[in-house]
Structure formats: structure tokens, C-alpha cells
Design a protein. Structure first.
Length: 97
């Protein structure tokens, strides 16, 4: 049985604009093959380019059979995702009771 890998945590920048999309893409390439946890609690503004990078990364992680979990969403980030029609509910960390 393979050992469980701990997740790499990535805290998203406050401003996810076109310039940040390149950095975000590079960070995902560097983390490829590892389980990943995304902290989007500090996002104040999100552009579609970064959302596209996040969606593509989530799909890549799914194809690689790795976990891609979002632990926290700022209200601004959640509203932007809803506005552009992206549902990430299945990626949100589930609280244990």
C-alpha cells in the first residue's frame, strides 16, 4: 500500500488578474503530481484568466488521480465563480463532525 502523500498548500493572491495567471500556471506546473490544497480566503478580485487556470488544474489533478481541494473561499471569489458559471462545490473541503 502506498503511503498517503500530504497536500501542498497554495494560498492564492489577493488579486488574480491576467499577470497573476502566468504565475499561477507556473505554480501548478511545479506542484503537478502532488496532492494540493488551495486557500482562496484572501482573494479580493478574480479575473477569468485565473479562473480558467484553476479549472484546468483541477481537471489535470483529477486525471492524475490526485486530490485538488479548496479549503476556503472569500465571498468575492465565490461570487465571481458564480458569475462566470463555475461550480467548485465538489472541490471544497468537507468539514468533519
Amino acid at each position: 500500500m502506498a503511503a498517503k502523500k500530504t497536500a501542498t498548500t497554495m494560498k492564492l493572491a489577493a488579486v488574480l488578474d491576467m499577470n497573476e495567471a502566468t504565475s499561477l500556471h507556473r505554480a501548478f506546473l511545479d506542484a503537478r503530481g502532488k496532492n494540493i490544497t488551495i486557500d482562496a480566503s484572501g482573494v479580493e478580485r478574480a479575473g477569468v484568466q485565473c479562473i480558467q487556470v484553476l479549472v484546468a488544474a483541477a481537471r489535470a489533478w483529477e486525471a492524475d488521480a490526485r486530490t485538488f481541494t479548496i479549503t476556503a473561499l472569500s465571498e468575492t471569489f465565490r461570487k465571481t465563480l458564480n458569475l462566470v458559471g463555475v461550480n467548485v462545490d465538489h472541490l471544497l473541503a468537507k468539514e468533519s463532525h
